[in-house]
Ligand binder design. Structure first.
Ligand SMILES: Nc1ncnc2c1ncn2[C@@H]1O[C@H](COP(=O)(O)OP(=O)(O)OP(=O)(O)O)[C@@H](O)[C@H]1O
Length: 296
């Protein structure tokens, strides 16, 4: 049960595609599917929705083969496509009614709650909607029938930061209800707040599947610090903290995991400014990529 991807392979005429992907999303789990542009996230998701036939391997949702049972899958799964191409001669509400009709959905309570939460005028004609507004209609369409399985392809693209955090809340609400969620992204932050496990895909191959917690522990943080005196700089030099650069009274250090040592040194100095940068997703990818290459 849940979502199963078993040796899934698809090769496009240009040689790109996805190759021998195997992973599962357990019932009740939120799984982050991370990868840079063109890595193969949408292709994997299109197979799960039964829009594409695998070259080899298979995908299953709640025990049903996604290709052979595509009509049933498409009716029941909550799906948010990566690129939304809606009929644009109707308004948002009419579109949602059309989709509800196709699913045989009668109760509109959840739909109305979601429209209220996402704060947009659902009666705007779709052709006049911004990318973010269309994304909101897509989110309502994916969640409104209270599906057990949600498959969300880059769900926050086009949303402003306020809406991104509202979306995170929405995912956490669904998670608390025990829903099974697969969510693709190229942003570590939104995955960070919601996911139990994370799969990383690069060039069509799965390079790692990890607990979100252990990924967080691997994430290096860079701190920019401005200290008061040269002695403060010396305190850092004499510690075993990794120093990336020093310019006058400004220094940049890298911390991974052990914050206590860092805080201990900080407490001995007079700090005029402190700023933190998380390691970018690209750097995290490089970590996994390097590891893979050194194993081969
Ligand atoms: N129908 C297709 N025909 C030929 N090549 C394709 C097709 N669909 C996808 N590709 C190629 O397969 C690779 C994976 O594409 P995919 O859209 O799955 O990536 P993605 O991880 O979803 O990226 P993005 O974040 O940009 O959406 C890319 O190199 C893409 O150009």
């Amino acid at each position: 049960m849940g979502i199963l991807i078993n040796h899934l392979t698809k090769v496009f005429p240009n040689g790109k595609g996805i190759f021998d992907l195997t992973f599962e999303v357990k019932p009740g789990e939120v799984f982050g599917f991370l990868g840079p542009n063109g890595a193969g996230k949408s292709t994997t998701i299109r197979h799960l929705m039964g829009f594409m036939k695998p070259k080899s391997g298979s995908t299953k949702i709640n025990g049903l083969d996604c290709w052979r049972n595509s009509a049933e899958i498409q009716k029941s799964v909550g799906y948010l496509p990566g690129e939304i191409a809606f009929l644009d001669n109707i308004n948002g509400l009419e579109l949602l009614e059309l989709l509800a009709g196709m699913r045989g959905m009668k109760d509109v309570t959840r739909r109305n709650e979601l429209i209220e939460k996402l704060q947009f005028d659902v009666k705007t004609p779709i052709r006049k909607m911004s990318k973010g507004m269309k994304q909101k209609v897509g989110i309502v369409a994916a969640f409104m029938h209270d599906p057990d399985i949600l498959i969300l392809d880059e769900p926050t693209s086009g949303l402003d930061p306020l809406m991104q955090s509202l979306f995170v809340e929405l995912v956490l609400e669904e998670k608390a209800k025990g829903k099974t969620i697969l969510m693709s992204s190229h942003m570590f932050q939104e995955i960070d707040r919601t996911c139990d496990r994370v799969g990383i895909i690069k060039d069509g191959r799965l390079v790692a599947v990890e607990d979100a917690q252990s990924m967080q522990a691997k994430q290096r943080k860079l701190f920019d610090i401005v200290v008061e005196t040269k002695n403060d700089i010396e305190a850092f030099k004499h510690s075993d903290i990794e120093i990336i650069s020093i310019e006058g009274l400004r220094l940049r250090v890298a911390i991974q995991g052990d914050y206590n040592r860092f805080i201990h040194v900080l407490s001995q100095c007079k700090i005029n400014h402190l700023d933190v940068h998380s390691q970018s997703l690209e750097e995290i990818f490089m970590h996994y990529y390097d590891k893979e290459e050194s194993l081969s």
